[in-house]
Design a protein around this ligand. Structure first.
Ligand code: GLA
Length: 366
């Protein structure tokens, strides 16, 4: 059996949180942390993993071969089922999975797993898919595996990533373009140590609250609204205050995505100053209007700014997980260490920091 190595990265979202729930813009980068699969064609899907603990025992179309399909194997099974529905020939996959992504840190470990498995399954069956078709199948697999009504952000970021670039993606039309990250800026991710699972977080509830707001917009796109209009809608009484706050977040956050992309394209000192303010406003909107930050994430953001962050905010699905920091590249390690130490003195959860680079997206690497 010829084995190949497949790779799919996790992602960090620079800005544009929860905007993918209403087709709005996002600005993620793929990370140099992710999932490797070394595997080749087989009768069944038999993947094992030392770090992730466990193995899969599945038919090539994702049907369980007796026993329970729990943990990470659920995602593998769901990807196989989604690809079978698209017509993938039933060829199995045997090999080893490993991951450098922390689980529950909000860096899309499950999306990276889904995309890597999808890539490998497509290749062994000689069933090529366009990158965004693969991302959409992986997203449907997330719904199928754990019932999380997530948007396309994580899976799209994993397939579209490019070294040194962030991806400005319109999650409605799926149009995208790349935004260069200035070389003097490094990405620092700090995991709050308060682990989150989308399945049990308030993610689904937030989505429903936003849906209530979208219903009264009668087809108008949140990207066309101003904050003043959201306030008018809220005051008119057609919308409950909670749904109005969720809508206000999505409207203000979409504006910030376009602004941050413009600022990164022309990173003058004044623009980098503004970038820091925009990230602060984004975090504040997630705290006050979307209500998905935690005291730990709020503290980490404060500590990052105290230690000379250019910009810092919560990233990902919220309710725990990580912050993303844009730091001066030559100060990134010192900032990461100082924030972790200061955070450790303030509470019981140990933080973990990662200095990352924007990296290429999912692909076969050997
Ligand atoms: C999770 C979801 C994404 C997106 C983010 C928040 O990562 O999987 O679709 O909604 O939360 O921006």
């Amino acid at each position: 059996m010829t084995k190949h190595v497949y790779w799919a990265p996790g992602r960090v979202n620079l800005i544009g949180e929860f905007t993918d729930l209403s087709g709005g813009p996002v600005l993620p980068a793929a990370l140099d942390l992710g999932v490797h699969i070394e595997a080749g064609p087989a009768e069944t899907i038999a993947l094992h993993s030392r770090e992730l603990d466990g193995a899969t025992g599945l038919a090539a179309d994702g049907t369980p071969l007796g026993g329970e399909t729990g943990g990470w194997a659920r995602y593998v099974a769901a990807v196989a089922v989604e690809l079978a529905l698209l017509g993938r020939p039933a060829v199995g996959l045997e090999g080893e999975i490993s991951s450098t992504l922390p689980i529950g840190a909000g860096l899309s470990s499950s999306a990276a797993l889904e995309v890597a498995v999808g890539l490998a399954l497509c290749e062994v069956a000689d069933f090529p898919l366009e990158p965004m078709e693969l991302a959409q199948a992986a997203r449907r697999a997330e719904h199928r595996a754990v019932g999380v009504p997530c948007g396309i952000l994580d899976q799209a970021a994993s397939v579209l990533g490019r070294a040194g670039l962030a991806t400005l993606l319109e999650t409605g039309s799926l149009a995208y373009e790349y935004v260069p990250l200035p070389e003097e800026i490094a990405l620092v991710i700090v995991d709050s140590g308060v682990s989150r699972r989308l399945e049990s977080s308030g993610y689904g509830a937030r989505r429903e609250e936003l849906e209530r707001a979208l219903a009264v917009l009668a087809g108008r796109d949140p990207r066309e609204l101003t904050i003043a209009e959201v306030d008018e809608i809220a005051e008119s009484g057609v919308l409950d205050p909670v749904a109005a706050r969720r809508l206000r977040h999505v409207v203000s956050e979409s504006e910030r995505v376009y602004e941050v992309a413009r600022l990164l394209r022309d990173p003058s000192p004044a623009h980098l100053q503004r970038l820091g303010e925009a990230f602060r406003e984004g975090h504040e909107s997630l705290r006050r209007d979307w209500e998905a930050t935690t005291p730990e994430l709020d503290l980490l953001v404060e500590l990052a700014y105290e230690h000379r962050a250019i910009a810092a905010r919560m990233t990902g699905g919220g309710f725990g997980g990580s912050i993303v920091v844009l730091a001066w590249a030559n100060e990134a390690r010192a900032l990461a260490e100082a924030v972790v130490t200061a955070y450790g003195k303030r509470g019981d959860n140990p933080a973990q920091a990662y200095v990352c680079r924007a990296s290429d997206g999912a692909r076969r690497i050997s």
